[in-house]
Design a protein around this ligand. Structure first.
Ligand code: ATP
Length: 355
């Protein structure tokens, strides 16, 4: 299994900087998602790793060795694009075995590998079928199998699931995870769908304007984002502004003790200054009676429901707390209506303080 390191990568098209001093290391056998908005440089990064594009500056290392001078064909990385194209005049077995045939492998070896791959993608028995006889999902699985035939060490997937309906998408997500494990590949996939990135990836690299904004485990990015860009990319959230006094965060008539574990910065340097608390809507709890005994590990707020949207398994509320509107998401167990007064609490471990 290969470790991939990108060092200070830079790439421009027509004087427009698209990849800007990008650094990223993917551990051997890891499945990493490159997540970011359209045009941030995800596909360009994959093409550079695969060898299809040459960076203007910087280096790409596979297991600590530069592959800059290694051609795309011999780099051991295969790039699978969104559009899975199969040869229409070849049957499934010939499509999958194509790369091996080009390499001059024996018929026996090709047959063995094709059989193995068809089993991996759960399409045993389809050897003789032609692409037009298959469903869209089956064609995608065959195309994936074809990409894997030559035993790539690195699998690069560019928005592999974006054209699929929800059911097929889930099936392919599982398939890609399984293939990644069974074939011992270091895998990078590009997506602009945060749920997909969280579901599939060991770690996510969030990209913005040609740079990595933050790189880490899905839960960390969601709960402890280093920038607002990352916080907002992972869903709608609340920011409330308060002052730090004697190490405590003061907001309206409530306060909280703040330690460095829940901040992006050193709290001592922020004495007397205003900071923002980032609170995800689902971490705000309604409390039915008046304030419970106050503790400085919880923030207590009260307000009036100004909007309520029922979407089945969840209810989205907007709560007017005087200074601002808070978003709150709950399970549908409360019978609350617009205009109702509510008390709320938030546990310190569910608050993340940002500059
Ligand atoms: P998307 O999610 O929309 O595919 P992306 O994050 O993958 O976006 P890239 O395809 O890497 O983004 O493109 C980044 C920027 O580089 C875009 O502004 C794009 O127009 C530009 N770009 C990409 N390839 C070329 C090229 N061959 N020539 C000129 N500009 C290009």
């Amino acid at each position: 299994m290969v470790e991939i390191s990108l060092k200070d990568l830079t790439k421009s098209f027509d004087d427009e900087l698209v990849i800007d001093s990008l650094d990223l290391t993917i551990k051997p056998g890891e499945l990493v998602a490159l997540l970011g908005p359209s045009g941030c440089g995800k596909t360009t990064t994959l093409k550079i790793i695969s060898g299809l594009l040459v960076p203007d500056a910087g280096d790409i290392l596979f297991d600590q060795e530069s592959v800059l001078s290694v051609s795309a064909e011999t780099r051991g990385a295969v790039l699978v694009f969104q559009e899975y194209l199969l040869f229409p005049h070849m049957n499934v077995a010939d499509n999958i075995g194509f790369g091996l045939k080009m390499r001059g492998e024996s018929k026996e070896n090709i047959h063995k590998r094709v059989t193995e791959l068809l089993e991996l993608v759960s399409l045993t028995g389809y050897e003789e079928d032609y692409p037009h006889e298959l469903s869209g999902g089956q064609r995608q699985r065959i195309a994936l199998a074809r990409s894997l035939a030559i035993n790539p060490q690195v699998l690069l997937l560019d928005e592999p699931l974006s054209n699929l309906d929800a059911n097929l998408r889930e099936e392919m997500q599982n398939l890609i995870r399984n293939l990644h494990v069974e074939e011992n590949m270091t895998t990078i996939f590009v997506t602009h769908d945060r749920d997909e990135a969280m579901l599939m990836a060991d770690r996510i690299a969030v990209m913005n304007e040609g740079q990595i904004e933050q790189y880490g485990k899905p839960e960390k990015l969601y709960k402890k984002p280093e920038t607002k860009f990352v916080a907002d990319f992972f869903g709608k959230t609340n920011y409330i502004k308060g002052r730090i006094e004697a190490g405590k965060f003061h907001f309206m008539n409530s306060y909280l003790s703040v330690s460095n574990e829940v901040t992006t910065f050193n709290i001592e340097e922020y004495e007397g200054k205003t900071i923002e608390a980032m609170i995800r809507p689902e971490f705000i709890e309604f409390i039915t009676n008046d304030y419970e005994e106050k503790q400085d590990k919880k923030l207590y707020l009260s307000g009036t429901i100004s909007e309520r949207r029922f979407v089945g398994e969840r209810v989205f509320y907007q709560i007017d707390i005087g200074e601002q509107i808070l978003r709150v998401t709950t399970l549908p167990q409360f019978s609350l209506s617009i205009g109702d007064e509510v008390n709320m609490k938030i546990n310190l471990e569910n608050i993340w303080f940002m500059e």
